[in-house]
Design a protein around this ligand. Structure first.
Ligand SMILES: NC(=O)c1ccc[n+]([C@@H]2O[C@H](COP(=O)([O-])OP(=O)(O)OC[C@H]3O[C@@H](n4cnc5c(N)ncnc54)[C@H](O)[C@@H]3O)[C@@H](O)[C@H]2O)c1
Length: 278
């Protein structure tokens, strides 16, 4: 089911302190939604909430590390207390990890799966029963990546989480096909956000020079997170199932269906051009 009227709809955006999540929280507030912003970055999420409120937006902020099951429980009770449930859930919080497979240790795999996949799973499990029970227009939006449809060298852990997000979301969408809840997969391409600057998100053999080169590439070639925010809004409005958005996203989402060989070559040469694949 699509969302025909945004007024007073109750929205949760995870990872809302920065980048795509912040732009999405602003976009939903601007169309009259009540928005909960959740993020691990306490000061930044509070500041984001204050800015939205100063513009007349109706919002609350919740600081929590969503990689922990207990934090998801707290998030659920705080939102239930403030909003009495949700109409739109945007599972956006995510981290990257850059490094070749042999320099991607277990703790990096565990952390990236805890945030990019398990937080999404737990949060969806917490809010979906209420969304189904109230029976009104409702939407789950899962932010995957164009790398959920292909993969990138030196991005094995990240690519694996995003493939898992796509698989989870496709299966969930099939289960919910005859219900009031739509499921959308957002597959951004290159978006200029802080994700390429996250501390601890790179292997120990990635040099500062390589990192600087990637950051420059994202700044020059990436698009603004507002583009993704508007795509998320439209995805809920029209109940869109798969939304590739931003530079290279369409090609990365659809090319593997035509030729995996071609896509593979393009991914390897892209990594070499950007400078993180030797
Ligand atoms: N930027 C891109 O090019 C791009 C491309 C494809 C997909 N994505 C996806 O978009 C989503 C948003 O990323 P972004 O680019 O806006 O990055 P970002 O770093 O600007 O924002 C991510 C937000 O998630 C929060 N977060 C991280 N770990 C958390 C945790 N444990 N608990 C709660 N919050 C946590 C961060 O504090 C941050 O505010 C991610 O899922 C990312 O994988 C980004």
């Amino acid at each position: 089911m699509a969302i025909s009227n945004f007024a007073k709809k109750r929205v949760l955006v995870t990872g809302a302190a920065s980048g795509i999540g912040l732009a999405t929280a602003r976009a939903f507030a601007a169309v009259g939604c009540r928005v909960a912003l959740a993020d691990v970055a306490e000061e930044t999420v509070k500041k984001a909430g204050a800015e939205i409120a100063a513009l007349g937006g109706d919002c609350i902020t919740i600081a929590c590390d969503l990689s922990a099951a207990a934090a998801v429980e707290r998030l659920t009770s705080e939102i239930d207390a403030a909003f009495g449930g949700l109409d739109i859930l945007v599972n956006n919080a995510g981290i990257g990890f850059l490094g070749d497979f042999l320099h991607t240790p277990d703790d990096a795999w565990e952390r990236i799966f805890a945030i990019n996949l398990m937080a999404m799973v737990r949060i969806t499990r917490a809010f979906l029963p209420g969304m189904l029970a109230h029976g009104g227009e409702a939407a789950v939006v899962n932010v995957a990546s164009a790398l959920g449809f292909t993969a990138g060298p030196c991005l094995s852990a990240y690519s694996a989480t995003k493939h898992a997000v796509v698989g989870f979301s496709e299966a969930l969408g099939m289960e919910l096909v005859d219900t009031n809840v739509s499921v959308s997969i957002i597959a951004p391409g290159i978006i200029d956000t802080a994700i390429v600057k996250s501390p601890g998100a790179v292997a120990d053999n990635i040099t500062d020079a390589q990192l600087a080169q990637i950051q420059i590439y994202y700044r020059e070639k990436g698009c603004a997170p507002d583009l993704v925010a508007q795509a998320i809004l439209q995805a809920t409005r029209h109940g869109r199932r798969i939304v590739p958005i931003g530079p290279k996203a369409r090609a990365m989402a659809w090319l593997p269906r035509l030729s995996r060989r071609l896509m593979r070559r393009a991914s390897i040469s892209g990594g070499r051009t950007i400078g993180y694949v030797n």
